[in-house]
Design a protein around this ligand. Sequence first.
Ligand code: SF4
Length: 78
Amino acid sequence: MANQCSKLNPDCLVPKGTPCPAYETDKNCWEYDWIPVLKSLPEEEQKQWGDFMSRKCPQCPAFREPMKDMMERMKKEL
Ligand code: SF4
């Protein structure tokens, strides 16, 4: 399915000009494997993004069940 989350999420960063790997691969946030991307960041940034996503994503209109599973994986793997 082509990227839909950018339309569902009013806070999507893409219209503001921020690159997004999910958008660039034409995937939705809930279809994209964020863990390798986060793992490539320095530890402090991994933590900041993990905290940010845990707080923001569940409130987002684009939040879908697979994203819940991703959050669980993030807690275990990061
Ligand atoms: S994952 Fe987030 S930032 Fe990327 S396109 Fe979807 S809503 Fe926008």
